[in-house]
Design a protein around this ligand. Structure first.
Ligand code: 1CP
Length: 354
């Protein structure tokens, strides 16, 4: 394998010294980029982008052609797993993801297969291999999956939800069924992420986008416990290097201590936490990734720069910070503003690494 030319992202996750704070953006390949919209039109639709390794590679690299990002993230979606379980994922234009089949009962759950990464999700493994080849060591490649709880919400609701009415009703009415579903998803996610690592992903992130919708007790029992199972089953060394794991629970700021005890290398923070206070709470256990409000990118470059400076100062001197947004970049953002953000992180962070 080619040696990495820029490994500051992996070094920061392992709390090793870096010259400047590394930065990437959740959803960095996406609709705010005109070249992404052109590729999607060429492919036909979003799932065709994901399922064709050449297209997935093309859009993964697009933000790296524009900006000096410190990591690439596999272009795919968290909903590939429920699709591979036979639920039939499709996208209604402007409506977000939908499933042809939903999961309601213990019988539905028992009938779900655990996908084989190479047979059922081979297109994702091919995309990882293609992207690694094309990156040629420029920056590390991040693999990812949704958390069991986050995937379960889509499978039970049949798509996106604001209130998680059906998934929470199932959780409280029939906790055994919810546990059975989460257990199957934890097994599926573990082998999916291990497949990505063997195919060449150099770090992995678990997106627990909807963990923050749960009560403190339910979060422990129905989200964190299953992410813990995954972490326990992941390949942690590959090709002679540690493969760091990042856990991102959106809205999880109150539970950082227990997340830090899970054995992951890093926690992703949304913008509701003060990153300095978060650092004091987790101590030396984990690195932190985050946490600018993506809405700051609607403001002028000077305001973006000021907010980047504020977050860098809040984290303070020393190692263990990967800069990111607190959630995905939105389609309305001006690409020039994303550029100003990345430039500001590199320029303003050098003083914290001397
Ligand atoms: O082109 C389009 O219209 C599709 C928009 C889109 C994109 C660009 C979707 C549909 N997925 C993606 C790519 C994607 N999804 C990536 C690519 C890598 C990157 O550049 O970051 C990643 C990491 C995801 C992960 C994902 N998908 C999450 C977790 C992260 C998060 O934002 O919380 C979730 C919740 C999804 C589900 C999903 N897929 C697509 C949409 C619009 C959604 C969210 C719907 C909802 O809000 O419920």
């Amino acid at each position: 394998m080619t040696a990495l030319k820029n490994d500051r992202f992996l070094r920061a996750l392992l709390k090793q010294p870096v010259d400047v704070t590394p930065v990437w953006m959740m959803r960095q390949a996406g609709r705010y980029l005109p070249e992404y919209r052109a590729s999607r039109a060429k492919a036909g639709d979003f799932m065709s982008l994901c399922m064709n390794p050449e297209f997935a590679c093309e859009v993964t690299l697009q933000p790296l052609e524009r900006y000096p990002l410190d990591a690439a993230i596999l272009f795919s979606d968290i909903l590939t797993i429920p699709d591979a379980m036979g639920l039939g994922l499709y996208f209604e234009t402007g409506e977000g993801p939908r499933f042809k089949k939903v999961v309601n009962t213990m019988a539905d759950i028992e009938a779900l297969p655990i996908p084989d990464p190479d047979k059922d999700l081979g297109y994702v493994m091919d995309a990882v291999r293609t992207i690694r080849r094309e990156l040629n060591g420029r920056v590390p490649l991040i693999g990812f999956s949704g958390s069991p709880w986050t995937l379960a919400t889509y499978m039970v609701e049949g798509g996106s939800s604001k209130d998680f009415r059906k998934s929470k009703a199932l959780l409280y009415e029939n906790p055994q069924a919810m546990h059975a579903l989460l257990d199957k998803l934890a097994q599926s996610v573990t082998s999916y992420l291990n497949g990505q690592i063997l195919a060449g992903a150099q770090a992995v992130q678990i997106f627990d986008s909807w963990g923050g919708s749960l009560s403190a007790a339910a979060y422990q029992e129905f989200s964190l416990a299953y992410m813990q199972k995954i972490v326990n089953g992941l390949i942690r060394e590959h090709d002679g290097r540690r493969v760091p794991v990042i856990l991102f629970t959106k809205g999880g700021g109150l539970w950082l201590e227990s997340m830090a005890d899970s054995g992951v290398e890093a926690l992703g923070l949304d913008w509701t936490c003060d990153i300095g206070a978060a650092r004091a709470r987790v101590g030396d256990k984990v690195a932190l990734q985050g946490n600018m409000d993506p809405s700051v990118l609607y403001a002028k470059p000077e305001a973006i720069r000021a907010e980047v400076g504020r977050i860098l100062a809040a984290y303070g001197h020393g190692n263990g910070h990967v800069f990111n947004l607190g959630h995905g970049i939105t389609p309305e953002v001006d690409p020039a503003h994303a550029g100003a953000f990345i430039e500001a992180v590199h320029e303003l962070s050098a003083q914290y690494h001397v």
